[in-house]
Write a protein that binds this ligand. Structure first.
Ligand code: MRU
Length: 356
């Protein structure tokens, strides 16, 4: 999708280095960074220069390529794969991508391994782009249906950034939105600010602006009253890990939005590629929920009058803060899962039928 009118993907391989867009500086500064070592890839995931489940997966795949390039030794590659998996715990796409890379490389002779790794990382990223595009085409049908009944602007609420910046391209939650916009359906997006890191305000609103899609940032607690007033036609969010029973783990605050949607009969959809499905964990309590530094809550970053990014403390110095990054929305509150293969009910039977 576009930034300043130019088409980008979020990650690419060029001149023997991995290139990423540093998302910690958006929307104020557009900086392309080079990842030259596997440590660079691990660090980019940890400090969230790249974030969003599918993009973390794509970065981890290229992290394996960088590891092979750095030291073509099986022990080093194995240790690097473990460090990559441990760099962020919740999004399953990370482990999925590393496992897929390691399986592909197993038994490959050392003279061929770099070439095979590079090809597989590119396939993982190309596949994600294709899946996200299909998620959009499938989700478009829901937006079209609402528009055909309403004959007026469709208001969609989204949480966090499940946009193209969180994937390789298109996004998950935003892909149906981009497709609807391209088709000329009038849409307006309510963008949850998404404290503490403000991925909604900083990334979702920014990417929608770049594509000229009408959107309004709201404080995270505003969705409820908008739904009570009939100003939300549907919600679409992304997912970091969806269990095979349809429970959805996503950015903190998603669960409360789903409860409000349920209480107000607003359809609540989750958009995800199959790489986000965890077929192993059966109980939501077993999902590792990332707890991040409380400084993400107590401090806030913005741009000053000299165009410099500044960070300031906003809490009392003595106050403690706690920063859980994700929550789980039980399947019963999910109207449907929009996947690359179609729209599935959030249930074991439906998911198995679609994917296994
Ligand atoms: O902490 P983040 O910014 O990596 O969290 C991202 C989300 O929660 C997204 O909604 C999710 O990864 C889906 S991305 C298509």
């Amino acid at each position: 999708m576009k930034i300043a009118g130019k088409e980008y993907r979020t990650i690419w391989y060029e001149d023997d280095v991995v290139k990423i867009i540093d998302q910690t500086k958006l929307p104020h500064k557009f900086i392309i960074k080079d990842l030259k070592t596997v440590k660079d890839a691990i660090n980019a995931i940890k400090i969230m220069e790249v974030r969003g489940a599918p993009l973390i997966g794509g970065t981890a795949a290229y992290g394996i390529v960088l590891a092979v390039k750095e030291n073509n030794d099986p022990l080093f590659i194995k240790k690097s794969s473990e460090d990559l998996i441990n760099s962020r715990p919740t999004a399953i796409n990370l482990k999925w991508a590393v496992d897929r890379m390691m399986k592909k490389l197993s038994g490959i002779s050392s003279d061929k391994i770099l070439n095979i790794a590079s090809i597989e990382a590119k396939i993982i990223c190309d596949e994600d782009e294709k899946f996200c595009k299909n998620i959009g085409l499938n989700g478009l049908k829901i937006i079209e249906e609402i528009y055909n009944k309403k004959k007026d602007t469709v208001n969609i609420l989204t949480h966090c950034n499940a946009g193209w910046l969180a994937t390789i391209n298109w996004g998950t939650a935003t892909s149906p939105i981009y497709h609807a916009h391209k088709k000329g359906i009038p849409i307006h997006i309510w963008v949850d600010e998404t404290r503490p890191r403000n991925q909604g305000a900083n990334l979702t609103s920014h990417e929608l602006n770049e594509e000229e899609i009408p959107n309004t940032i709201i404080a995270d607690n505003t969705g409820g009253i908008l739904m009570q007033r009939g100003e939300v036609d549907m919600c679409i969010v992304g997912s970091d890990r969806t269990l095979s029973n349809g429970d959805v783990c996503n950015k903190i605050g998603t669960y409360l939005k789903a409860l409000a949607a349920h209480d107000n009969n607003v359809p609540f959809y989750v958009a995800l590629p199959s790489s986000t499905i965890d077929w192993d964990i059966n109980d939501a309590k077993d999902i590792p929920i990332e707890e991040r530094n409380s400084e993400e809550l107590s401090h806030i970053e913005g741009i000053d009058e000299n165009n410099e990014i500044k960070k300031v403390l906003i809490y009392p110095k003595k106050s403690k803060a706690m920063n859980l990054a994700f929550d789980v929305t039980p399947a019963k509150y999910v109207t449907g899962l929009i996947t690359e293969k179609g729209i599935s009910e959030a249930s074991s039977d439906a998911l198995k039928k679609m994917f296994r």
